[in-house]
Design a protein around this ligand. Sequence first.
Ligand SMILES: [Zn+2]
Ligand SMILES: [Zn+2]
Length: 369
Amino acid sequence: MIKTTAAICVAPNVPLEIDTLTVDGPGPGEVLVEIVASGLCHTDLTALEGVNASSVYPLIPGHEGAGRVVEVGLGVTTLCIDDHVIPLYGPECGECSMCRSKRTNLCWTIKPTRDRGVMPDGTSRFMRGNKPVHHFMGTSTLSRYTVVPEIALAKIRKDAPLDKVCLFGCGVTTGVGAALAHVRPGDKVAVFGLGGIGVNIIQGARIAGASRIIGIDISSAKTELATSYGMTDFIRPGPDAPDPVVAIRDLTGGGVDVAFECTGVLGVMRQSLDCCVPAWGVSVLLGVEPSGSELSFPPVQVRYGKSIVGSYFGGIKGRTGLPGLIDRFMEGEIDLDRQITHRLQLHEVNEGFHLMKQGKSVRSVVMFE
Ligand SMILES: [Zn+2]
Ligand SMILES: [Zn+2]
């Protein structure tokens, strides 16, 4: 058992508390990780605001971290002390039907316990006094030390800077991965929502060879960054502005080949389908909708060839796919520096979420050393 400093969400809509907790050593198949850096992501905010169905309070948020292996539990064979790792909220067990399939990067082996905020054996490794504190997304990277199942850790090259590649734990992989999976050279692309995911879709679309990249957002705060990543046109919808679907059709002579939806707003999802070119346009949904909501659209659009697909973690299998993506960052193809707008210490974490809510940050990274 060791001590850790962590951000604790005791209940929705109250500031995170910073406190010292104890962490139990790793159980069988588990690994104790020392987190070096952790980015703040909007999904953490949903837990803080009480709108994330997989949040059991009190909990330690954080799912975009990078760190080093400190101790391995019984039966761990693929990781050693001092290995550099990125915790994965989507594991890769390598054995289930999803992992053996080439059709998905999902692995639901430990989803039931992960969504209850505990390790696969049904218990938590974190204790505050004599009360357990729950894990969040199976990662809880806003703790100096965290325990993660071996199957939910991607081993990465040691020369990759942990204070930057933590972003591969969520935002960069989700955005760049989705673009690389769906955009072909010469494609015209629309990206609805220029947050942390949207700007990385733009970056990925440029890498994939898109000829035109149209960003759509109700705020113009991220246009400079988006333009530096390859955005060619910007549309800001509003009461006095033309319908963005009409504007996109006008700009592209009929529609885009691929549209990415990163807002989770049902009306915007519909726009992302409507703005696609008939016959082969693809609408890729990434934004998380309010739970229980349903989307309606004219079936004729799909019958004639458009499709609606989704993307989770950029379609990347965490343990086997992430190292290759990090190679592309190390070779200079993917930028992280320009999107890290703030670096914070753990005691400043509430300020980090405040910046996120105000739209003043792209990525804030909490540093543990
Ligand atoms: Zn995230
Ligand atoms: Zn699996």
